[in-house]
Design a protein around this ligand. Structure first.
Ligand code: NDP
Length: 331
């Protein structure tokens, strides 16, 4: 088996030298074990933001893969079935289905249609799609007719946020870091979209896109964008704090203008969340997303990097915003 090790903790933007490629001989299977082979890997922002919290130097880089069960001594995961596996950046793994911190293997829902690529189990029909759904339904509790703002809107989570908003009868405004991304957002049905890198003023761009303000903000970036969004919220607005990618590579904290005044005077609800809070709903939620996709209400794009040896490159490209869609690696 090949694996990528986190050799050195990240300082600033990740570099190739933070990782090391190694090989190991796998152990024999014991009762309850399965051997899985990775087909696709997901590269996600949390691998940067939670790195120091979740792993130490010398660990296999954590992460999720879509894998096939090659050998099994666990009747719940027979040979030939497909799983989403939290095995880290490893081509082959011998593991039990459940670890001390929760499930390691999750079977792909049995209703998975043959014409929908299984790699989407790592994107629109997996963790990022579920994050969008839970942030909107459980945190913001969006209602038809409301106006929702989402940042990093052309990414894995953001593109799903926008499309779910349209399914639910909301108006949606998205920001992204490229003119091609803005065109894509319009194709997805966003009512308004703008390139946050080229507008003269974020606050004005947000005002122009929705002069009446925003009922909800799906926050993915943090930094100055958050402050600009606060200043455009309607009284009683709700903010789902999902991520802060603009800050993940900082070596010193960004000084943001004092946000409390806006939160207090506009009486905003600001709630941080992790999608795993609703893990018990995942199976039912994936079926719902699948149904919407079959009905043509959800579209998706993937940025596919080929080759396990290119995992760090794909990860860094995703953090930079290179490419349009969910970043994955095909082994
Ligand atoms: P994306 O597919 O959106 O990829 C990351 C994107 O972030 C890039 O494409 C880039 O798009 C944008 N970006 C990079 N740097 C900056 C910056 N300085 N300012 C603004 N945008 C930037 O990733 P995901 O959809 O997977 O994740 C989106 C957010 O959701 C992240 O913050 C992530 O941490 C969070 N998240 C949280 C979860 C939870 O449970 N709370 C679960 C999953 C994700 P662009 O070209 O537009 O700048």
């Amino acid at each position: 088996a090949k694996m990528w090790i986190l050799k050195k903790h990240f300082e600033g933007f990740p570099k190739e030298s933070n990782f090391e490629l190694r090989e190991e001989v796998l152990p024999e299977l014991q009762d309850g074990d399965v051997l899985v082979e990775a087909i696709y890997f997901s590269v996600d922002p949390y691998m940067r933001s939670l790195s120091k919290m979740w792993q130490k130097e010398g660990d296999v880089q954590y992460g999720t893969q879509l894998a096939k069960v090659l050998k099994s001594k666990d009747p719940a995961f027979p040979e030939g079935c497909y799983v989403v596996a939290d095995c880290g950046w490893r081509t082959h793994t011998v593991t039990k289905a459940k670890g001390s911190a929760g499930p390691i293997l999750t079977r792909i829902v049995s209703e998975w249609p043959s014409d929908i690529p299984m790699s989407l189990a790592l994107g629109s029909l997996g963790m990022p799609g579920l994050t969008a759904l839970y942030g909107l339904e459980e945190v913001c509790k969006i209602q038809p007719g409301e106006t929702v703002l989402v940042s990093a809107a052309a990414g894995a989570v953001g593109a799903m946020v926008g499309q779910i908003c349209k399914i639910k009868g909301c108006k949606v405004v998205g920001s992204a870091g490229g003119d091609d991304k803005v065109v894509y957002l319009k194709e997805l049905g966003f009512d308004q979209a703008f390139n946050y890198k080229t507008v003269p003023s974020l606050e004005e761009a947000l005002k122009k896109a929705s002069p009446e303000g925003y009922d909800c903000y799906f926050e993915n970036v943090g930094g100055p964008f958050f402050t600009a969004a606060l200043k455009n919220m309607k009284p009683g607005g709700r903010i789902a704090v999902c991520g802060a990618i603009a800050t993940y590579n900082d070596t010193a904290p960004q000084m943001c203008p004092y946000p409390h005044h806006e939160i207090i005077t506009r009486q905003l609800m600001v709630e941080g969340f992790m999608a795993r809070r609703w893990r018990h709903k995942d199976e039912e939620s994936v079926k719902r997303l699948l149904k919407w996709m079959k009905e043509g209400k959800l579209k998706t794009k993937e940025v596919v990097t080929v080759g396990f040896e290119n995992m760090p490159t794909a990860f860094m490209k995703m953090l930079k915003g290179d490419g349009l869609g969910k970043a994955i690696v095909k082994v």
